[in-house]
Design a protein around this ligand. Structure first.
Ligand SMILES: Cc1ncc(C[n+]2csc(CCOP(=O)(O)OP(=O)(O)O)c2C)c(N)n1
Length: 290
């Protein structure tokens, strides 16, 4: 029995102080209701909220392997169908490593089956839990332990994988992107996705203090700047059509340096690298009509 007065994610977790992923998860929980079951992939969110024998979760919650949260969710959905339960919604939570990389095949299968599952990816742009290795989501130029910046390298040489486009290519009915800088936007998008009868995907940029090498008061600021520089705009697609795109506040893109210069993971970048990143922001402005 769930106590309705209890928070779905209590403050009793052991994430880093100021963790962007945990504050994003709090905003996600405000959009959910008691008719939800969560399947959670291995990663920071799972590790920091369920130190045995305690749990910070106030909803039915199951830990899967790193790679298979989507398949576990499909299994839960199948058993709910068998019981004639059409009310309970299944929600997946996973990091970018679990989503963009190791879990991608199983995410694809879940979307192919068109199942009524809300998938939430907390995008820290690296494998945070195991020490900041680069993932398919790591942006160009970022210093990680597997793309170290040094004399002959200026960080990651890869472009961030376009996971939203992959979701759209599967016909996912509701696809959205937001950041930890806009908690109300997160909650609103979760509420909308919950009401969709079919697959939905929400990707939330979740600043990681040790990974991004920023102060523990910076999660909201970094989340806002990511949108305002057009490097991580707020987006929403319904039935494949772009229905909302915004950089919020000021409605004028700030230079990418505003976002890059405050993060240790980008501090090695030279002017030419920054100019390349600025081009990515300009591409976004055109592509998403910001
Ligand atoms: C098959 C497998 N490979 C590797 C690991 C080790 N591992 C646990 S969590 C993790 C990183 C998770 O990264 P991500 O999905 O981005 O979530 P984050 O920790 O950043 O929130 C890794 C590599 C594992 N548990 N299982």
């Amino acid at each position: 029995m769930i106590d309705k007065n209890r928070k779905f994610l209590s403050p009793g977790h052991n994430a880093c102080a100021g963790c962007g992923q945990l504050s994003a998860a709090m905003a996600v929980m405000r959009g959910l209701n008691e008719n939800v079951i969560i399947a959670n992939a291995t990663g920071c969110l799972e590790v920091t909220t369920t130190a045995y024998p305690q749990s910070a979760w106030g909803l039915p919650w199951i830990h899967s392997l790193f790679e298979n949260a989507s398949s576990v969710a499909s299994g839960i959905l199948a058993s709910l169908k068998q019981k004639g339960d059409t009310i309970t919604k299944v929600v997946v939570q996973a990091g970018d490593g679990g989503t963009f990389d190791i879990g991608l095949g199983l995410v694809s299968g879940m979307w192919e089956r068109g199942e009524n599952i809300l998938y939430i990816c907390y995008d820290t742009e690296a494998y945070s839990n195991t020490g900041i290795q680069a993932s398919g989501s790591t942006p160009y130029g970022a210093n990680t332990t597997t793309s170290p910046a040094g004399k002959i390298s200026s960080g990651s040489t890869q472009r961030k994988k376009d996971m939203l486009a992959i979701a759209l290519a599967h016909g996912v009915k509701y696809v959205a992107q937001t950041t930890a800088g806009f908690p109300d936007d997160i909650t609103n998008k979760v509420k909308k996705a919950l009401a969709i009868n079919g697959p939905s995907y929400i990707q939330i940029l979740s600043p990681c203090m040790p990974g991004w090498k920023v102060g523990n008061d910076q999660a909201v600021n970094m989340g806002k700047l990511a949108a305002q520089t057009a490097l991580y705009p707020l987006l929403e697609y319904v039935d494949g059509k772009l229905t909302s795109s915004s950089i919020k506040e000021n409605f004028q893109a700030k230079p990418a340096t505003e976002y890059l210069k405050t993060q240790g993971r980008f501090k090695h970048l030279k002017d030419a690298d920054i100019a390349d990143i600025e081009k990515l922001a300009t591409e976004n402005i055109i592509k998403y009509k910001l």
